[in-house]
Design a protein around this ligand. Structure first.
Ligand SMILES: Cc1cc2nc3c(=O)[nH]c(=O)nc-3n(C[C@H](O)[C@H](O)[C@H](O)COP(=O)(O)OP(=O)(O)OC[C@H]3O[C@@H](n4cnc5c(N)ncnc54)[C@H](O)[C@@H]3O)c2cc1C
Length: 372
């Protein structure tokens, strides 16, 4: 895919050089997002009929992993955009699909709420019909790109229909939206995350994505496979970065009195070996998840849940190993491992959280209904 060749130059010219400052200042990677838009990469999952690249989940996984190797914050902004794009491709207007395909529009998911917390499938925010409009009231706990996105895929309880949730397309600046301010977070600091609230927000009928009450089906059928696979790809990218920096350090730095590099210590080599195995197992699982989905295999949804839980755990383990084998050097910020360590800590709390996934996976393997 020709446009993906441009990705490497965007990474080396824009994303990699600014990653440190983005983390330190908690600033949004606007230059990278603009460049990705111009290169068509914001429209990777948009179909060719609206001017997109018509790429698949495997393509998106490679893009996210490559970016996350240098800047996981940018990779997460793009991950949420691809999740929103998939919904808009299925349920949005042609005009909006074209805007995304052209790289002019960044979207994201506003799902998690302060009331139902990480149980994003059960929003407690309300939607009520009032004449020709719907009125939305809800409190979202944390939205990636909140301060920068052009639209939000918003969830609420259904207005009338049965089902757990309804989805809405909310444009930036819609009256009734309030956004206190972005978080000063531990990791993924450059994604302009913020809580958001809707207070008597009026939306036209046309803002409803799909039907009243069908949000859960869209979450599970459309978004979960993309989110879990790309979240895993983000974890993989930062694991590879931590491993590469560790290997460079332990092979390049030596004990002068022994005339030997740190890698001469069997203990160090064993830690590196275990981290390599963990990262490779994660990659194998990620690639198998992409295949399972493409082939519509019966185990595809199990793989989807496994890949996010396993990659989040693997990222914790590999970045901790990187800190350990590099000693004091990794405790400082210059190696980048300290940033990988902090960024790795987002994945297991991004919903569905690892503990929720363990519950779901346990139900699946015990033959119990997973989402019942
Ligand atoms: C970097 C980042 C970006 C995010 N971006 C977005 C975004 O773009 N859009 C969005 O909607 N949300 C986003 N979120 C929010 C995220 O998806 C979660 O909803 C949120 O982080 C969970 O926090 P909480 O404190 O509400 O969790 P809580 O629900 O309070 O969970 C607390 C603990 O309880 C555990 N727990 C909860 N339920 C169960 C259960 N059934 N079984 C076992 N353990 C359980 C959890 O695993 C967790 O360890 C983001 C979060 C982060 C960190």
């Amino acid at each position: 895919m020709a446009n993906l060749e441009k990705l490497q130059s965007i990474i080396s010219d824009i994303i990699a050089p600014s990653a440190l400052a983005i983390d330190q200042n908690g600033s949004f990677p606007r230059a990278a997002i603009n460049a990705l838009g111009q290169a068509g990469i914001l429209g990777l999952l948009s179909s060719k009929e609206v001017g997109g690249l018509g790429g698949n989940l495997g393509d998106a996984a490679k893009v996210i992993e490559s970016i996350a190797t240098h800047c996981p914050s940018t990779a997460m902004v793009l991950t949420m955009h691809y999740c929103g794009t998939a919904i808009i491709e299925n349920l949005g207007t042609e005009t909006l699909r074209k805007e995304i395909a052209a790289g002019h529009h960044l979207t994201t998911l506003a799902w998690s709420e302060t009331g139902s917390r990480s149980h994003f499938w059960a929003p407690v925010g309300t939607a009520r019909r009032q004449q020709q409009q719907f009125v939305i009231n809800s409190s979202k706990s944390m939205v990636t790109s909140a301060l920068e996105a052009d639209s939000y895929i918003w969830t609420s309880k259904p207005s009338e229909g049965s089902g757990a949730s309804t989805m809405w397309l909310v444009r930036k600046g819609t009256p009734g939206i309030t956004m206190p301010k972005s978080f000063d977070g531990l990791g993924l600091r450059g994604n302009a995350s913020a809580p958001m609230a809707a207070v008597e927000m009026n939306l036209p009928d046309s803002a409803m994505l799909g039907t009243d009450g069908n949000g859960f089906d869209v979450m599970i059928g459309t978004v979960l496979p993309i989110f879990c696979t790309l979240n895993a790809s983000c974890s993989l990218g930062l694991m590879e970065a931590a491993l590469a920096a560790s290997i460079q350090h332990v092979t390049g730095q030596k004990f002068d009195h022994l005339q030997a590099p740190l890698a001469d210590l069997p203990t160090i080599r064993a830690y590196i070996a275990r981290a390599r195995i963990t990262a490779d197992c994660t990659r194998t699982l990620r690639d198998d998840t992409v295949r399972a989905l493409a082939e519509n295999r019966p185990d595809a949804m199990l793989r989807v849940m496994q890949v996010k839980a396993a990659s989040a755990e693997a990222a914790l383990e590999v970045t901790e190993t990187a800190l350990r084998v590099c000693g004091g050097a990794a405790f400082r910020k210059d190696l980048g491992i300290e940033r990988n360590f902090r960024d790795a800590r987002a994945s297991f709390i991004m919903a569905p959280t690892s503990d929720v996934l363990y519950d779901f996976i346990g139900k699946a393997v015990c033959g119990m209904p997973v989402f019942g």
